[in-house]
Design a protein around this ligand. Structure first.
Ligand SMILES: Nc1ncnc2c1ncn2[C@@H]1O[C@H](COP(=O)(O)OP(=O)(O)OP(=O)(O)O)[C@@H](O)[C@H]1O
Ligand SMILES: [Mg+2]
Length: 301
């Protein structure tokens, strides 16, 4: 019987391997040559089987692992959403009562310092939980917005109320600039307040004492442009492409702000995208940063 030599076999095997490894230049001549040898076809088939068997086994085990990890992922997401929801409720009570206590203890300096610390810690926790809830919603495609004609001035007023105390505490000048005749935009006021507040919190966190943070809204040819600017530490060019990625935290930023999860900007980008816009950043290390996006104007009634 005309047997295939081991050199032939290994040639066939290696050309099959090339195909499996997606070699851009397989040599089809190898196969035709192999099949032309008497008995070569059977050897060729055996050789193919021998090569393919472990591959099939590997693919099966891979498929099993992918399925298991998908199921685990799903149950982790469900657990996260549940825990986040169940933690938020008692936290809201802590925040509410701590706020009332702080009011009553205003005249006692030590006690009011303690209650202020409780409030700050609870607020940080609340922000983290909210970000986790939003992340879970984002990952399961359940983050929703409710766009309607809205007054951006009212949104900026709320953001000012929520951030000015923190700015004072940090010794940073916080300014808002918004013309009185600003037309209405289309958007979800609650979600946009979250975005602008998040950008302000970042600006405050990454700006040293005596710096400035400014929020402005103005009409442009494209719509309503919102910018949050600071005179802070800025962002190194090599980090800029990643700052909107989930869980990314810059090196200098991490050193200043240890409690974050690196989710703020990822959530901002998602919400802004849901409004059909894109958030952009310009920054110079040591000089400051500016984050902007443009909302569509609402059609006149
Ligand atoms: N105004 C800013 N000035 C300098 N760096 C910034 C500014 N805003 C964001 N960054 C950089 O972008 C990174 C990502 O920001 P993001 O808000 O997503 O996360 P974080 O602030 O670190 O944590 P979290 O928002 O979850 O509390 C930050 O870690 C920081 O490196
Ligand atoms: Mg942040």
């Amino acid at each position: 019987m005309n047997k295939y030599s081991s050199a032939d076999c290994s040639r066939v095997a290696s050309s099959i391997r090339r195909i499996m490894e997606d070699d851009p230049a397989p040599k089809p001549g190898d196969y035709r040559e192999a099949a032309a040898v008497p008995g070569g076809r059977r050897h060729f088939e055996n050789s193919v089987k021998r090569e393919i068997r472990p591959l099939v086994r590997h693919l099966r085990s891979l498929r099993k692992r992918v399925r298991a990890s998908e199921e685990q992922n799903e149950s982790q997401k469900r657990l996260l959403a549940m825990v986040a929801h169940d933690v938020k409720n008692p936290l809201t009570a802590i925040l509410g009562y701590a706020g009332m206590l702080a009011n009553r203890l205003k005249s006692l300096p030590t006690e009011s310092r303690y209650t202020a610390n409780i409030c700050t810690a609870a607020e940080t926790l609340y922000r983290l939980i909210n970000d986790l809830v939003d992340l879970a919603a984002m990952e399961s495609g359940k983050l929703r917005i409710n766009p309607r004609p809205m007054d951006l001035r009212a949104v900026l007023r709320d953001v000012r109320a929520l951030t000015s105390l923190e700015a004072r505490r940090r010794g940073i000048r916080l300014g808002f600039e918004c013309p009185p005749d600003l037309p209405k935009a289309t958007g979800d006021p609650w979600r946009l307040e979250q975005v602008i507040q998040n950008l302000c919190v970042n600006a405050l966190q990454y700006t040293p004492r005596n710096g400035r943070v400014g929020v402005s809204a103005k009409k442009t040819a494209e719509g309503l442009r919102i910018t949050v600017r600071d005179t802070g530490i800025g962002i190194p060019a090599k980090e800029l492409p990643y700052i909107f990625d989930r869980h990314f935290q810059g090196q200098a930023a991490q050193a200043r702000h240890k409690t974050g999860l690196g989710l703020g900007l990822a959530i901002c980008r998602e919400i802004v995208r849901m409004h059909g816009a894109e958030i952009s950043v310009a920054s110079r290390p040591g000089r400051g940063s500016a984050f902007s996006f443009t909302l569509p104007l609402s059609a006149p009634a």
